[in-house]
Design a protein around this ligand. Structure first.
Ligand SMILES: NC(=O)c1ccc[n+]([C@@H]2O[C@H](COP(=O)([O-])OP(=O)(O)OC[C@H]3O[C@@H](n4cnc5c(N)ncnc54)[C@H](OP(=O)(O)O)[C@@H]3O)[C@@H](O)[C@H]2O)c1
Length: 305
């Protein structure tokens, strides 16, 4: 089977940190892009892209070649109250279900659905390398990711290839985790968090966009695939690389203090996103021969900072 064409593409959640870059890359390759957004009337998109609301999904999907789904409330935007957790879950599962229903209603369906998932699937792991064969972890994030992936899989019954990139911490200049991590370091307030031994599995946004495009084009990509750089590191190694890049020292704060402070300030979110982690390896991407432009934290940080 040859590579899938990407002439007409739908990007749900195409206004976010990852989606904006993906839309730009698609437009640069002369694709016709429809962005599904909650605010089709007011969203400003790059020239050439068209905004459409969730109520006109089937119309957007009809006759397109591929659909990417990146929609979901921001996981790290605020503390996880029970209400917030419900919104985090429902904004992912609900949008994915809507997309699958939209696909069902199509006469001419896209060949592929690339539906975002996250390394949160694996939950907190020790320093044993994690691959796509590692089972789901325990807790809120694994539950969200399992439900999110399960909502996408019925598209297979419609003859649509489903790819589920389990995305690591996305590094980009203008948003997401990196500016938040860099700020205290710039202010001479950087330190390791907790023990610092927790795995930090990251990916440069440029590589993530390339991986999404490759996964959509190449029919050999199917099911879950880790969208992380080949060199996951400990939180302490990452923050040291960041401090070195910014020519700043780190504060020798005892681990138990940052641990207690983050749990107090951010609750379960601080614990699960900052104090725990996993060393996730992109086994499937590497098996496909995917070439990362920024394989190490040093190379990514040099480009971004
Ligand atoms: N960034 C990371 O480090 C990272 C890591 C792992 C996984 N991921 C996953 O990858 C996806 C894209 O990440 P991102 O950083 O680009 O996210 P983002 O910047 O927060 O963008 C997500 C988009 O989802 C849409 N959205 C938000 N709430 C929604 C809701 N309740 N219903 C429907 N749509 C909603 C928004 O579009 P409109 O406002 O235009 O509707 C928004 O632009 C997310 O699902 C995220 O969980 C990201």
């Amino acid at each position: 089977m040859g590579d899938s064409d990407l002439s007409r593409v739908v990007v749900a959640g195409g206004t976010g940190l990852v989606g904006r870059a993906l839309v730009k890359a698609l437009l640069a390759q002369d694709a016709e892009v429809v962005v599904i957004t909650r605010h089709p009337g007011s969203t400003v998109l790059p020239a050439g892209a068209r905004a459409q609301g969730w109520d006109r999904l089937a119309e957007a999907l009809e006759g397109s070649d591929a659909v990417f789904n990146l929609a979901g409330e921001g996981i790290a935007d605020r503390r996880w109250s029970p209400r917030r957790k419900k919104a985090l879950l429902e904004s992912r599962v609900g949008t994915t279900e809507d997309l699958v229903e939209g696909l069902r209603a199509c006469g001419h369906r896209p060949a592929v659905l690339v539906n975002a998932s996250a390394i949160g699937y694996y939950g907190a792991q020790d320093d044993t390398p994690v691959s796509e064969l590692t089972p789901a972890g325990k807790g809120f994030l694994p539950e969200v990711c399992m439900a999110w992936e399960a909502a996408a899989l019925p598209a297979r019954d419609l003859g649509v290839r489903v790819v589920l990139p389990r995305i690591g911490v996305v590094l980009a200049r203008e948003g997401g985790a990196l500016p938040k991590m860099a700020l205290p370091v710039r202010m001479f307030l950087g330190s390791r968090l907790g023990s610092g031994h927790q795995g930090l599995s990251w990916i440069h946004r440029h590589d993530l966009v390339s991986l999404f495009l490759e996964a959509a084009r190449n029919p050999a990509w199917e099911g879950p695939c880790n969208a992380t750089a080949p060199e996951p590191v400990s939180q302490e190694t990452f923050i040291r690389a960041l401090a070195k890049r910014l020519h700043r020292p780190l504060l020798p704060v005892p681990g138990f203090l940052t641990d207690a402070a983050l749990r107090l300030l951010l609750g379960e979110m601080g614990r699960d996103l900052l104090l725990r982690g996993a060393y996730v390896h992109p086994m499937k991407a590497e098996a496909q021969g995917f070439a990362f432009r920024y394989p190490t934290p040093e190379e990514a940080l040099e480009n971004l900072l």
